[in-house]
Design a protein around this ligand. Structure first.
Ligand SMILES: Cc1cc2nc3c(=O)[nH]c(=O)nc-3n(C[C@H](O)[C@H](O)[C@H](O)COP(=O)(O)OP(=O)(O)OC[C@H]3O[C@@H](n4cnc5c(N)ncnc54)[C@H](O)[C@@H]3O)c2cc1C
Length: 368
């Protein structure tokens, strides 16, 4: 049987970032990913936005990880030639009634330490986005875009060069406490490890339950995207968000000009039953044209096509409102196991910061 210092369950952007950081410190780091490729979950089904940190509750782990992750990601992307754009974004009010929401959002961002925020008028909005109809906006300079797939591939490549073993087709099926750690049984075989990191995204509650920890529950919330037809993609230059929803389900349906020139409309937000259900009962394409039309009046009902969808790993139960923070903690019964649960947006932005946060926890687990 193989023996490891660290086994990471889940090869999304967060698990891969942890493999990258852990492999700078320890030998025998293994990552086990259920799917045939890394990053087939939320990590390849998102907006690819490098978030600024304006939305999150001051002092929360989400706010801290996003603020630190934003800077780390820009530096990492520049150092490793990962396609990205430091574009900035606009959060727009489409009516006078929304201006109060804009002001409180900007105040929240400033509390989190987001720099350079300013409320701008219609003239400035038109300068940046000539086709957007809005009465006021927050200009957010630290937001940007990155190609998530290239980021993850780079994490994985460097981790492998440092000696980490990243295995795919390796779904973890059983975890048993043994003397000095855990025995992990996956589709790729058995391995004993001194420290186990649960970074299984949507399935992190189920992985925790393998050691009898039933305190977490993930509620899958699907986010669907449409896309503007090519002939209309010139209508948007960058990133335009509405004022955020009050229910905590998402940031609102925004418009994103991707690094390859298409314009995404979305994501929507809807609780679903099945964590693997990306497509059943999708919203009609006209809805996406309607969402885009709200911000870009030149978009007509025929101007959108359906695009991909992703599923958020929410800790917020249906019917409740508000933000839930990331859970990153040792298992109460088995301290050699670390759980990362509810790593929804801004998880991509936060990935390096989360990994750096987990390294001392691994050190503690190895010492226990
Ligand atoms: C619609 C949408 C839009 C988003 N937009 C943004 C954005 O613009 N910016 C941003 O910063 N964040 C965004 N996010 C959030 C971001 O995508 C996630 O926070 C991030 O990808 C989470 O990474 P992860 O590694 O934790 O999870 P995942 O990418 O889901 O990876 C978990 C992995 O664990 C594997 N796994 C599960 N069970 C097992 C098992 N038993 N054994 C082995 N492997 C297992 C899965 O196959 C999966 O590959 C968005 C998310 C969604 C859904």
């Amino acid at each position: 049987m193989d023996r490891a210092n660290i086994v990471i369950v889940g090869g999304g952007v967060v698990g891969a970032a942890i493999a990258l950081e852990a492999s700078t410190v320890w030998d025998d780091v293994f990552l086990l990913e259920a799917m045939p490729k890394l990053g087939m979950g939320a990590s390849s089904r998102n907006s690819g936005v490098i978030h600024s940190g304006i939305y999150y509750t001051p002092g929360s782990l989400k706010a801290q990880m996003c603020m630190a992750g934003n800077r780390l990601l820009y530096d990492f992307a520049a150092a490793h030639n990962i396609p990205h754009r430091h574009s900035g974004k606009l959060v727009v009010a489409t009516s006078e009634a929304e201006i109060g929401d804009l002001e409180s959002l900007a105040a929240n961002g400033r509390k989190n330490g987001v720099e350079g925020l300013r409320i701008v008028d219609r003239v400035r909005i038109r300068e940046l986005e000539p086709h957007v109809e809005a009465v006021a906006a927050i200009e957010v300079p630290s937001t940007g875009m990155i190609i998530a797939e290239d980021l993850l591939k780079t994490y994985a490549r460097i981790a492998t060069e440092r000696g980490a073993h990243l295995l795919t087709n390796a779904r973890v099926e059983r975890i048993e406490p043994v003397a000095g750690g855990m025995k992990v049984t996956s589709a790729a075989g058995e391995i004993e490890t001194r420290c186990l990191v649960n970074s299984a995204g949507l399935f992190s509650d189920e992985v925790a339950a393998m050691v009898g920890n039933t305190r977490y529950r993930i509620y899958p919330v699907r986010g669907e995207y449409g896309e503007l037809v090519r002939a209309k993609s010139h209508l948007l230059n960058g990133l335009v968000y509405p004022v955020p929803r009050h229910d905590g389900l998402g940031l609102g349906i925004h418009l994103t000009r991707t690094l390859w020139g298409s314009v995404l409309i979305g994501p929507t937000a809807r609780y679903i039953e099945d964590k693997n259900d990306y497509e059943r009962g999708r919203e009609p394409v006209e809805n996406f044209a309607g969402y885009a039309h709200h911000l870009l009046p030149e978009v007509g009902l025929e101007d959108a096509v359906l695009s991909y969808s992703g599923i958020r790993a929410k800790l917020l139960p249906p019917g409740e409102h508000g933000q839930r923070d990331y859970i990153i903690e040792h298992d109460p019964q088995f301290p050699s196991m670390i759980h990362l649960v509810g790593i929804e947006s801004p998880g991509l932005t936060s990935s390096l910061a989360i990994a750096k946060h987990v390294v001392p926890m691994i050190r503690e687990a190895l010492a226990s």
